[in-house]
Unconditional design. Structure first.
Length: 135
């Protein structure tokens, strides 16, 4: 009987915060380069998936929000390159499958589209990464 083990490590930039210097409404802004935002997933005894999700719309803590569909990401690792942008959602989206006994580093780029009519402010949401064995 083979024991299952999973380990996840998040880069310092991801564990601190995703920050955007959005200076005007009606524009798209990107976070830091993908070298700054990465997740390492190591598994033993079973293949595993890495998934990502957000807690909900970006909010200024009051009545102003930015729809989660405006918060997008793409990812790359040493096996796969997803060049298309995907909107974050409150449901988990699988990004990477890791074979048993492997470690994969997945790099992320994040983008936000600020609507034309958006009020100025600091908007937040929580982004969660999850490693989960498949068997």
């Amino acid at each position: 009987n083979l024991a299952k083990a999973i380990s996840i490590a998040i880069s310092n930039s991801l564990s601190t915060a995703l920050n955007f210097a959005a200076s005007s409404a009606g524009s798209t802004f990107s976070g830091a380069s993908n070298d700054d935002y990465h997740v390492n997933l190591t598994v033993d005894g079973s293949p595993a998936n890495l998934s990502i999700k957000a807690s909900g719309a970006l909010s200024d803590g009051g009545s102003n929000t930015i729809a989660l569909s405006n918060f997008k990401y793409n990812w790359t690792n040493n096996e796969t390159n997803d060049a298309s942008l995907s909107a974050l959602s409150t449901s988990r989206s699988n990004t990477t499958e890791v074979d048993a006994g492997d470690t994969i580093r997945t790099f992320f780029d994040f983008f936000i589209d600020v609507p034309n009519s958006q009020s100025a402010g600091t908007y937040t949401t929580t982004v969660t990464f999850r490693g989960e064995t498949l068997l």
